[in-house]
Design a protein around this ligand. Structure first.
Ligand code: PGA
Length: 250
């Protein structure tokens, strides 16, 4: 049985001082969980988040990284820098990065390979636009994105990979995919992993759903056969809401 991986994606929210207070409060509320709880915080909040999460259930993620080790890339952060701080996870290929910062399937793949090499666990985001869903190409498109992102990733490395299925039309819109829609695409992703790596790896890989996950819909979404938790944006910013989502079993 796979655990759930429940990750909060803070996006560009909270200051370093707010971070410490938030993580301290949250860690107390999620003490009992057997699942994996992650907060993906802005770069500058990482030191405070790591300090406040020490000896708690909460793991810390970055929201992006560069695919090169170092060099003339003003404003960027490398995998090595994150590892040096003690970060364990990194979100790669979020649709906002694809939309606003020219992230492509090729750069996503380079970042995934670099993250693994550095010892980070990538949370790889994939998902279709509304137009793609309406045209009926969702399954093909998501399979393509997953295949591209994992190009060169070995079976052995797959144990450090989390995939987040996030339909773009459901992100920040309040329009959640139905349980069935979300599960169907997560199952398609698992089938693609099965074809590439075999059943054992496919069954062991965590596949999250993301897109307007909230206190009301989390339990049902997380109970679906192929959904192993969620990547939560807006609802991860309030500790009461996020802890209810983490403790979705009630
Ligand atoms: P949302 O964001 O929960 O606010 O829709 C999810 C995400 O972008 O990861």
């Amino acid at each position: 049985m796979r655990k759930k991986v429940i990750a909060g994606n803070w996006k560009m929210n909270k200051t370093p001082s707010e971070t410490a207070a938030f993580i301290t409060e949250l860690s107390d509320k999620v003490k009992q969980t057997k699942d994996i709880v992650i907060c993906a915080v802005p770069f500058v909040c990482i030191p405070a988040a790591l300090k406040a999460s020490k000896r708690t259930k909460i793991k810390i993620a970055a929201q992006n990284m560069h695919y090169e080790d170092k060099g003339a890339f003003t404003g960027e952060v490398s995998a090595k820098m994150l590892v040096d701080l003690g970060v364990q996870y990194v979100i790669i290929g979020h649709s906002e990065r694809r939309q606003y910062y020219n992230e492509t399937d090729a750069t996503v793949n380079r970042k995934v390979l670099k993250a693994i090499k550095a010892g980070l666990k990538p949370i790889i985001c994939v998902g279709e636009s509304l137009e793609q869903r309406e045209t009926g190409v969702t399954a093909d498109f998501v399979r393509y994105q997953v295949g591209y992102a994992l190009n060169g990733v070995s079976s052995e490395d797959m144990k450090n990979i989390v995939i987040a299925y996030e339909p773009i039309w459901a992100i920040g819109t309040g329009k959640t995919a139905t349980n069935e829609q979300a599960n169907e695409v997560c199952r398609t992703i698992r089938q693609a992993l099965n074809e590439k790596y075999g059943r054992k790896v496919a069954n062991a890989t965590y596949i999250q759903y993301g897109g307007s996950v909230n206190v009301k819909n989390a339990a049902e979404l997380f109970s679906m056969s192929d959904i192993d938790g969620g990547l939560v944006g807006g609802a991860s910013l309030k500790s009461d809401d996020f802890c209810k989502i983490v403790n979705y079993k009630g």
